[in-house]
Design a protein around this ligand. Structure first.
Ligand code: LMR
Length: 506
């Protein structure tokens, strides 16, 4: 009989969450480095370089890889011979570990969980509660697998119950094409096949916890139909040409993970959950001897990439920029922004829209004339930081608010991923622009921020409206004032080109 002490369990959860907030898994770094070397699309290659450099900076600085430090998901396999030295339940113990990790003074993480999920949606302040799954198994150990899952990639989870004879590959390809870039590729696809509706989803999520090994599988060849399916999906998804950040390129996924379970003769449940570039997961075992001991990776595991802004990029003074000036910017063009930017994301947009609908003044003396807004929810600063990691959030969610804010004089937005057709039409109509920063390069982006000032809605926490002063913040024009979108032209240009088996260019 093994005894697991409450304090060891809580400390292990907290330490593991801190660890994965700043150390990418080694297998991800290796796979992304290989994809970076093979990538021929300049835009996708640049995005990968930013993600890799950001990852190294985070490992050195012990600060989060992404401003979205995730929702915590824990899978526990508890041996039936384990005794727990605690009065609390497993959910409470996990939540205590989450609280400790997310409020760690040396590396504070972003609290992203809101409760209740509809209505007030108030931030719980410490990223609790976690989502906990428990299985009782034979033995006297506790196996812990945990992840800090980003909201952008979780938003792209999809599920269907297909007919047993349906073409599963076709469903996956159509589904991935419909996801856009909000899940921050290149990442992984977790696919769950079989069981029931909820079992398929759990299989997909668990599949993402396995290490990246598709290249070993490619080298040795598939041993069963599921391995063959992984290889087929890996090549076919990459051939879609979506590429890093949806900019068009040869690598969209670094692996496709599949888990299966027997199912009903009438059904073929299938779940797909993507994981973003900020993949964060870890597994460890507790055997009663104390808390987990985690060994930091070696910095030599990271490629020697030092990303610097493109010297030919256009320099923009945000304090003097005009609608006439942005009319010259062309889709795909690199910019370096300096000056003052407003920030705001989902909850702030909702409130602004409500105020405007009631004909009321904007808060904090906010004037949107000739301003740009950055869709971001930053991590709180520590030590001498003015702001913590502050990468872009998915712009598509702000589409419904775009026209109303453009009507107020806003001339530009900065985010990540594609815009919908209505937002693009509004951008064109107003002669505005949409710019993108690299999702998953949040610490690198934050290095360009010189000051941060609260403007409105302090109660929204990370979703409050702030004003940042930036210096040489690197962005790319994703929708220009003529309504041309890089997320349409990029993937079109790279469809069909897979690393290693690239057809001759036409
Ligand atoms: O919440 C965020 O900061 C980002 C989110 O994960 C997203 O990808 O849209």
């Amino acid at each position: 009989m093994t005894t697991i002490r409450e304090s060891d369990f809580i400390q292990s959860i907290a330490d593991a969450l801190q660890f994965i907030s700043y150390y990418h898994p080694r297998d991800y770094i290796q796979a992304l480095s290989a994809a970076y070397e093979a990538e021929e699309s300049p835009a996708a290659r640049d995005a990968m370089a930013q993600i890799l450099y950001n990852s190294r900076l985070c490992a050195e600085g012990r600060r989060p890889i992404c401003q979205d430090t995730g929702a915590v998901v824990v899978f526990l396999r508890v041996g039936m011979e384990v005794r727990w030295d605690t009065q609390r339940g497993l959910q409470a113990l996990v939540d205590e570990g989450v609280r400790r990790a997310y409020r760690h003074p040396d590396n504070v993480l972003r609290a992203s969980i809101v409760s209740p999920p509809i209505g007030a949606r108030q931030n719980t302040g410490d990223n609790t509660p976690a989502v906990v799954h428990v299985e009782l198994v034979p033995g006297d150990r506790v196996e812990v697998r945990l992840a800090a899952k980003g909201g952008g990639s979780e938003n792209k989870a999809r599920f269907a119950v297909l007919n047993p004879n349906a073409d599963l590959v076709d469903w996956v390809l159509k589904t991935v094409q419909g996801l856009g870039a909000g899940w921050c590729p290149p990442g992984m696809l977790g696919i769950g096949i079989g069981g029931s509706a909820e079992k398929a989803m759990l299989l997909a999520k668990e599949a993402l916890l396995a290490p990246i090994d598709i290249h070993e599988l490619k080298a040795r060849g598939p041993a069963d139909p599921i391995e063959a399916l992984r290889l087929e999906l890996f090549d076919k998804v990459n051939a879609l040409g979506i590429g890093a950040q949806g900019l068009g390129g040869q690598t969209t996924v670094l692996d496709v993970k599949i888990r299966t379970y027997p199912t009903h003769a009438a059904s073929l449940p299938v779940a797909l959950i993507p994981n973003c570039a900020a993949t964060r997961h870890l597994e460890f075992v507790l055997d009663g001897s104390g808390p987990v001991q985690l060994e930091p990776p070696r910095l030599t595991d990271w490629p020697a990439i030092i990303w610097t802004p493109d010297s030919t990029a256009r320099r923009v003074n945000l304090d003097r920029v005009t609608r006439a000036e942005i009319a010259d910017w062309r889709v795909g063009e690199r910019l370096l922004l300096s000056g003052r930017l407003l920030t705001g994301r989902d909850a702030a947009h909702q409130r602004l829209a409500e105020l405007l609908a009631r004909g009321e003044a904007l808060p904090g003396g906010l004037d949107l004339t000739n301003r740009l807004i950055y869709y971001v929810g930053p991590v709180d600063p520590v030590r001498d930081e003015v702001v913590g990691p502050a990468g872009p959030t998915t712009a598509t969610r702000m589409d419904g608010f775009t026209e109303a804010l453009l009507d107020q004089g806003l001339i530009g937005m900065i985010g990540k991923a594609e815009r919908g057709s209505e937002a693009i039409a509004a951008i064109k109509r107003h002669g505005a622009v949409y710019l993108i920063a690299v999702g998953g390069a949040a610490y690198l982006v934050s290095k360009a921020i010189r000051s941060a000032r609260l403007v409105a809605f302090e109660d929204l926490g990370m979703e409050a409206i702030r004003e940042f002063e930036v210096c040489d913040m690197p962005v790319t024009v994703a929708v220009d004032s003529r309504g041309e979108s890089i997320h349409q032209t990029g993937p079109d240009a790279w469809r069909g080109r897979i690393p290693g088996i690239t057809p001759a260019r036409t």
